[in-house]
Design a protein around this ligand. Structure first.
Ligand code: CDV
Length: 315
């Protein structure tokens, strides 16, 4: 059997603080057209793909914070992207900052959506692992205030049955820091996910442990490759890259096969599209063998070890 889907990872170069949504949407559309011309069924954009990575600044006034958020999607500035996707008949994943009202309460999430080729909303994900800090920390060269500006996602890690061509597949989403956590992939893997879509914004400088700065690319790929292999799924990791408002962001967007191999990777830190024909049936090589959960996983034993606070006996 062969269930092939051609996927495009649409890496973005830097977005300036002064760039309007319309300018950015123009870049997204250009990448989408290229993806279509190269035969893609689905195109994947980064986390917070409509603006600069605003959590690097401390804003005192909530009104100012809210200017970075979308109150509706599609909205006046983003409708053109949805229209173009429909015209081209291509699906897409998009990361953005979501402002919504629920039960009379204004809520803020770091969100991604998966949109089908007929323009339908297939699913939504709200980032669960929010990195950074809550207060302004003047000692840092730049802030990382995700914990201040966003609430933890409340949708879990849902899996979605979707069709971007004649083949059906099971898709999941995550955002940036989520990709470092094995739980992200495992929760998706337990639901049979065959392709995880993950946008990211990763500064090369990690202020708390600068000794690790040179490891950013390694840790990125280590996490994406391990998650793919240990759960037998394709992983599409897409960066916002390059020097954005003085902050150097990691590129190296890549598509990882269920074997854990990187099969395609960006070579610039600019707007760049890479594509791959991904056979979802290749997930079975792993899911039915080395990581056959039904056959080899031992959840009862893991539970016991956690309940007894570990199996290590005192000497
Ligand atoms: N946007 C992110 O979640 N960035 C984090 C950084 C702060 C470590 C990441 O895990 O890449």
């Amino acid at each position: 059997m062969s269930r092939k889907i051609i996927v495009g990872a649409a890496q973005l170069g830097p977005i300036a603080r002064s760039d309007s949504r319309r300018v950015v949407v123009g870049r997204l559309i250009e990448l989408m057209r290229e993806a279509k011309a190269r035969g893609c069924d689905l195109v994947v954009y980064p986390e917070l793909a409509l603006t600069t990575f605003f959590p690097r600044w401390y804003f005192e006034a909530q009104d100012e914070v809210d200017t970075w958020f979308e109150r509706e999607l599609p909205g006046p500035d983003t409708q053109a992207l949805f229209d173009e996707a429909l015209r081209l008949s291509i699906g897409f994943y998009l990361g953005y900052a979501e402002l919504t009202e629920q039960g009379g309460r204004v809520r803020h999430f770091n969100t991604s959506v998966l949109v089908g080729k007929r323009g339908e909303l297939i699913g939504k994900y709200r980032k669960i692992h929010l990195p950074g800090h809550t207060e302004n920390e003047a000692w840092r060269p730049f802030q990382h205030l995700e914990k201040r500006y966003f609430e933890r996602g409340d949708l879990g890690f849902p899996a979605f049955q979707a069709k971007f061509n004649e083949h059906q597949g099971i898709f999941g989403m995550a955002l940036c820091n989520d990709r470092r956590w094995p739980e992200t992939y495992r929760v998706l893997g337990l639901q049979g996910v065959e392709m995880a879509l993950i946008g990211y914004n990763t500064p090369l400088h990690y202020a708390q442990v600068p000794e690790h700065d040179h490891l950013q690319a390694f840790h990125n790929h280590l996490s994406l490759q391990a998650g793919a292999y240990q759960n037998g799924m394709w992983v599409v990791g897409v960066a916002k890259a390059g020097i954005e408002e003085g902050c150097d962001l990691l590129g190296q967007s890549c598509i990882v096969a269920p074997t854990g191999e990187i099969v395609s990777m960006c070579s610039t830190v600019e707007d760049e599209l890479i594509t791959e024909s991904c056979n979802l049936d290749r997930c079975r090589e792993i899911k039915e063998n080395v990581f056959n959960f039904e056959l080899h996983r031992e959840p009862d034993t893991y539970r016991l070890i956690v309940e007894t606070k570990g199996a290590i006996k005192p000497l």
